[in-house]
Write a protein that binds this ligand. Structure first.
Ligand code: G3H
Ligand code: 13P
Ligand code: ZN
Length: 333
């Protein structure tokens, strides 16, 4: 058993309580490789922002579970080296799909896990989430559950329709499972294609596609049922048009990629939404930087010469999110 406490990590309990009180959200950035982790830690350390390092089942398979755990431990040491005296870093399993996977993460240094039973019938979701909570809480590990189905693909869980969270279910779910936070569905979705052009309207001035608004009425109803309870938003990348344009200009093909407007996320961050998940934007930043360098310098074959600039671009992106979208800068001095 490796306890996250011995790795210098923290769980989400206090972090979320402070975020709700302070009207900001904690960034949950996914990572699969060293460059992403370096960029996340540099941004969080320089911004003094609490941060959640998110690892999906796919990331664990890609990078090796043991190596990832040591990378997270190394991240704490790196943060301190950068002058962040008391780093507030969570290592979180994203979209855990079984009790066994959650247990393995808890036993191997994770301070927080998500059990995603959102695709299961309600009673099965309750039972699975409670089983994970009962185990996790023995070790003071916090648990995120999910109610409602996001459109698109949730890791290996494919859903071609979405269902907003039913506010009538949230009290029962939170009480019976004992989960520490709840991911809800209010119109966000995973990936770079969150809406079809047909679902959008066109801004007459800029000609840009404007996605339909998030269902803030559902969020409000959830907050009314569970006052002060930590709410999580998945699928919260904004899909910056400048990255999409660079990718398309330099040989990529991302037609009509559309994300969640930053103003909507800013509004959510001020509410009980205290964790906002961002993965796709980092993938886009990295891909845009690499594609441009491959175009501009076709003779380059030292990976540091293209992954280094990609890392710098991701760091810029993470800082932007922290300062301008989540408002978590300066909250972990
Ligand atoms: O929500 C999904 C995350 O973006 C992780 O994606 O399963 O491709 O690592 P992944
Ligand atoms: P995006 O695909 O919008 O970045 O969402 C990531 C996410 O929700 C990870 O769980
Ligand atoms: Zn997600």
């Amino acid at each position: 058993m490796v306890s996250y406490k011995d790795l210098g990590l923290v769980n989400t309990r206090e972090m979320f309580a402070k975020a709700i009180k302070g009207g900001y959200a904690v960034p949950a950035f996914n990572f699969n490789n060293m460059e992403q982790l370096q960029a996340i830690i540099k941004a969080a350390a320089e911004e003094k922002s609490p941060v959640i390092l998110q690892v999906s089942k796919g990331a664990r398979n890609y990078a090796n579970a043991t190596l990832l755990r040591y990378m997270a431990q190394g991240a704490v040491a790196y943060a301190k080296e950068l002058g962040w005296e008391h780093p507030q870093i969570v290592l979180h399993l994203d979209h855990g799909d079984s009790f066994e996977l959650c247990k393995d993460c808890i036993d191997n240094g994770f301070s927080s896990v998500m059990i995603d039973g959102s695709h299961l019938p309600y009673e099965e979701n309750v039972a699975l989430t409670k089983k994970v909570v009962d185990y996790a809480h023995k070790y003071d590990v916090t648990v995120e559950g999910e109610l409602g189905v996001l459109a698109g693909v949730e890791d290996e869980v494919s859903s071609d329709h979405h269902t907003y969270t039913d506010p009538e279910e949230v009290i029962d779910f939170a009480q019976r499972t004992g989960c520490d936070s709840l991911a809800i569905s209010i119109g966000t979705s995973h990936g770079a294609y969150k809406f079809t052009p047909e679902q959008c309207t066109r801004d007459p001035k800029t000609g840009k596609l404007v996605p339909p608004p998030l269902a803030f009425n559902v969020l409000d109803a959830v907050m009314e049922k569970l006052p002060g309870f930590p709410i999580v938003l998945h699928g919260s990348s904004s899909v910056p048009q400048e990255y999409v344009d660079i990718i398309n200009e330099y040989g990529g093909k991302l037609p009509d990629a559309i994300g969640i407007p930053e103003e909507e996320l800013r509004k959510a961050a001020k509410s009980a939404v205290c964790k906002i998940n961002i993965d796709s934007d980092s993938r886009l930043a990295m891909t845009a930087a690499v594609r441009k360098i491959f175009h501009d310098k076709p003779g380059e074959f030292d990976p540091r010469k293209y992954l280094g600039p990609a890392r710098d671009e991701m760091e810029r992106l993470y800082k932007h999110k922290i300062e301008k979208v989540l408002g978590s800068n300066g909250k972990a001095e």
